[in-house]
Design a protein around this ligand. Structure first.
Ligand code: PMP
Length: 352
């Protein structure tokens, strides 16, 4: 029996602790609630309709998102969070023999999908300052390219012009740009999908639209690639988007002002945090995301991580080569950040 079983080392998501009173800065969720329009729309969800299957095409979501982005609906694919969308993209677009490529330090789900779908891959090391050397992606015969922009967990963004160079140099494969954090300060390349039929852009409602619990993500690309994605989706599971998520997501799309308001609030808290963390002896790259990836000048990352946890403050730490001294700190409310800074002062003061 054993040899018939697929064995994988799974992706490890950030902890979702059950204990009360914690400050949760470990999974890049938005500290603010979703738009009030989402609340209103959910209160109108018809519970009797739950006995029916939802719309398999999730047309309300797809049509409204396409309209919001200035696209046609055949350029949009929707899935259960961008993890589902990315997983479908890996399954659909990386079916060849040539290895796909992505940075050594990036979203740690990419190599897991490669393993589970048996996709060959090779990683390209980030430079010492954690920036991407775009030459690594413009000279090669890849089976596919995946770039998170801004990158995670570093928060470092590439310019639109650099991404375009990568897309242009890889006409023989699909280039996926994972824009999970793009709204917090990077340039989206959605506008390039008209120009390049090998580009897929993936976005999520989990961060900048404060809806991680609803599981909504999109891929945008040329109609042919979107059709291939849908063909695979309908070969795996037709009814991916549940009815309340369709209702809530559609309402969120219609409240652009609220979206802009919470994003700018997160960005101004981040800018303040960068100053305060620097004063405490942390160093980091300029973040274009809703988190800061920071390293202290003298105290190991694991130690700060454990001590914060004892104080009920959860950040993210990886015991991995090159990044084990770093903490990824999600931007919370101003009050949460003040409490983080107080805790860090105490920790640093008690060690130094
Ligand atoms: N891409 C990146 C780079 C991420 O950090 C995350 C969040 N873990 C995702 C995609 C997936 O987010 P979601 O499935 O909630 O849309």
């Amino acid at each position: 029996m054993n040899e018939n079983i697929r064995k994988v080392v799974p992706y490890v998501p950030g902890e979702q602790p059950k204990r009360k009173g914690i400050i949760k800065l470990n999974t890049n969720e938005c500290p603010y609630p979703p738009s009030p329009r989402v609340k209103k729309a959910l209160s109108g969800v018809d519970y009797e309709r739950l006995r029916l299957y939802p719309d398999p095409a999730a047309s309300d979501l797809v049509d409204n998102w396409a309209k919001r982005c200035g696209l046609n609906k055949d350029q949009v694919f929707v899935g259960v969070g961008s993890d589902d969308v990315l997983s479908m993209c890996f399954l659909t677009f990386f079916a060849g023999e040539r290895p796909i490529t992505f940075p050594d330090i990036t979203y740690s789900f990419y190599d897991v999908w490669c393993d589970v779908y048996r996709i060959p891959y090779e990683v390209k090391p980030l430079k010492d300052d954690f920036t991407i050397d775009i030459k690594d992606y413009t000279k090669g015969d890849f089976g596919g390219v995946v770039i998170a922009n801004p990158n995670a967990p570093t928060g470092v963004a590439l310019s639109l012009c650099d991404i375009e160079k990568i897309v242009k140099a890889n006409k023989n494969c699909v280039v996926i740009v994972d824009e999970a954090y793009v709204d917090f300060g990077a340039e989206s390349v959605v506008g390039l999908i008209e120009k390049y039929d090998n580009l897929i852009v993936v976005q999520t409602f989990s961060k900048s639209r404060a809806m991680a619990g609803m599981r909504i993500g999109f891929a945008m690309g040329c109609p042919t690639l979107i059709k291939y994605l849908n063909d695979v989706k309908y070969s795996v599971n037709s009814y991916t988007m549940n009815y309340p998520s369709i209702v809530a997501g559609t309402a969120a799309i219609k409240d652009e002002n609220y979206f802009k308001k919470i994003v700018s609030r997160v960005m101004s808290t981040r800018d303040r945090m960068e100053k305060e963390l620097a004063e405490l002896g942390f160093s980091f790259n300029k973040s274009s995301a809703n988190f800061i990836f920071a390293k202290h000048e003298s105290i190991p990352g694991a130690e700060i991580f454990e001590r914060l946890k004892k104080r009920k403050i959860y950040v993210r730490h990886w015991d991995k080569e090159r990044i084990s001294d770093y903490l990824r700190i999600t931007i919370g409310t101003d009050d949460e950040m003040d409490r983080l800074i107080d805790a860090l002062k105490e920790i640093i003061g008690s060690i130094e």
